[in-house]
Design a protein around this ligand. Sequence first.
Ligand SMILES: Cc1cc2nc3c(=O)[nH]c(=O)nc-3n(C[C@H](O)[C@H](O)[C@H](O)COP(=O)(O)OP(=O)(O)OC[C@H]3O[C@@H](n4cnc5c(N)ncnc54)[C@H](O)[C@@H]3O)c2cc1C
Length: 393
Amino acid sequence: MAETADVVVVGGGCIGTSIAWQLARRGAGRVIMLEKTGIASGATGWSSAIVRMHYTHEPLIKMALFGRRMFENFEDEVGGDSGFRRVGFLVVLPPEDVPAARRVVGLQRGLGIDATMLSLEEIAEIEPRLSLEGVVAGTWEPDSGHADGSSTANSFAAAARNAGADLRIGAEVTGVQPGDGSSIRISTTTGDIEAGSVVMASGYRTSALLEPLGVELPIKPVRHSIAVVERTADFGPQHPVISDHIQNGYYRPEGADLVLLGDHDPLEGDIDHDIETDKQPPPTSIARHTARFANRFPSEADAMYRRGYTGTYDTTPDFQPALGAVKAIPGLFVAVGFSGHGFKLSPSVGRIMSDVVLEGETDVADISMFRVERFAEGDLVTAPEGYGTRSLA
Ligand SMILES: Cc1cc2nc3c(=O)[nH]c(=O)nc-3n(C[C@H](O)[C@H](O)[C@H](O)COP(=O)(O)OP(=O)(O)OC[C@H]3O[C@@H](n4cnc5c(N)ncnc54)[C@H](O)[C@@H]3O)c2cc1C
């Protein structure tokens, strides 16, 4: 006979651990989280973990704000460390992005976020070492910064355990089937579980698990590369996180003297179904990252390349997640397809998914645009001027 649970969460990244914690602390009953490899062994462990609120759509701004606030008070709210550093978030803009960025800043300010448009002079005051070639304006969020994916997910996992959740590492889900009408049956490598509710937070692999149920969930695993460079000795104090819309990349400080360099374009990388095999980044991508950094920080032409690695973006056709109940299958929920920008949203997704599972709705943000049915209906999320789809804003 199958074991029973009130809620099963599949996946132990920042999304699954955040959901498991919220469910357990809110008294969801017997909560089991299943992770096939290890906490943060997927995209979360490779994430640049930039925490910013610059988003085109109001629900995403609200979700990012919820997350930023939790990162700021992480030890008190969750316990443990998220690695959050409030270094500020600067966007440098070409002329064509200014109207959309202005609209984003207006939305942010309406929600009480400290965000401003910057002139070239104001950008130079915040970061005087920056070359302003091709830049006509900027945006600035002093309260944003970056955290650490592994620390955050492991802290969520510890908090979930402390709240009574049963976290099973090494348990791989092999099948998901509707149960006897009021339950979902999960087959795993360590036995079957009959659960009242099941939340799939298992990244791009969720598509294949739900395909036999007729759930259309188009997610491509896109491998993204990161270069880590060491700044020159006389660089001076750390720079903020910088999103470069002219060169389509970002520069994210790490520790005292390192910088993580990455791509903006959600499809800049290879679709790779063999993604969990460790692979070095292609040399061309490292050259692209380091050239961009040296263009933007001319003093850093001699920054030392330290290492590179790759991680997965679980990418949907509109670069937005599938979030909420699967309408056709009572008891089944998804929180997947974050397309390279899910880390900062993970605190809010935990709260949202626990709201939806326990109460059927959430007041954190209107998540209707993220419903999974939009893929089958062809009703994809769009962004004015294509802004959000080019830069994940
Ligand atoms: C290089 C890189 C840089 C990024 N930078 C940022 C950033 O700066 N800011 C930001 O907000 N986001 C960023 N992201 C995106 C962010 O990291 C992801 O959106 C987020 O980590 C997704 O979390 P997740 O829990 O959904 O997925 P994952 O971390 O991939 O977790 C899914 C888990 O499910 C498990 N699993 C899969 N199948 C099964 C199964 N059948 N049974 C049991 N377990 C299973 C996997 O082992 C995995 O641990 C970046 C991502 C990458 C790769």
